[in-house]
Design a protein around this ligand. Sequence first.
Ligand SMILES: Nc1ncnc2c1ncn2[C@@H]1O[C@H](COP(=O)(O)OP(=O)(O)O)[C@@H](O)[C@H]1O
Ligand SMILES: [Mg+2]
Length: 236
Amino acid sequence: MQKLEELYKGKAKSVYATDDADHFIMHFRNDTSAFDGKKLAQLDRKGMVNNKFNAFIMAKLQEAGVPTHFEKLLSDTECLVKKLKMIPVECVIRNYAAGSLCRRLGIQEGRHISPPTFELFLKDDSLGDPMINDSHAETFGWATKAQLQQMRELTYKVNEVLQPLFEQGGMLLVDFKLEFGLFHDQLILGDEFSPDGCRLWDAETREKMDKDRFRQDLGNVIEFYEEVGKRLGVVF
Ligand SMILES: Nc1ncnc2c1ncn2[C@@H]1O[C@H](COP(=O)(O)OP(=O)(O)O)[C@@H](O)[C@H]1O
Ligand SMILES: [Mg+2]
């Protein structure tokens, strides 16, 4: 597999073309961003940690029957993925209240949410990733009714698979964000699952172990990402 030109440079990863029309190479950089790209930093080892963490989680999801774009690790910071036409809608499940939910609805941080909520956001940094509903997505052509139904079912399935996994490592899966895309018309999970796109708290102390450490200047960001990985059995 030959790595060709960089097609897209996102806030944390770069996507490269390959000599195979169906595959991309995804490169995890050390770049870290928050607040729609307004806060930026370089964190040592982050690319490697998130790449290996993501590979571990994607393999677990694939085993559990969730179709994903992940094919294999290529290096410390790169993996091979299926080339997707991304759907610009972020799917979020919340098991505990945190972040924008608390601000929007006045729910106290840390409250257990049962049943878990499912939310959609338009992936558009210039608009601040606004919350949308199914009707917006259908009307403006971001996703069809059938795709939305599948995205919702798969996101709940991911929650069913990952909640117990993190629980075994003494962590609460507070919330997480997924992105989906189309591979020859088949809807599959794309992008990444890492502590950059979810919230994880220590189950006992409720210490934050995810990107909120960066957002809130709590320090030791990557040390905590590595701790999360170690508790799950990820080999870095
Ligand atoms: N398999 C895939 N095929 C095509 N694009 C993908 C795939 N997986 C992820 N992407 C897209 O690649 C980009 C990954 O880089 P990232 O740094 O997360 O970008 P962003 O700043 O847009 O979130 C995202 O825009 C994501 O939607
Ligand atoms: Mg991203």
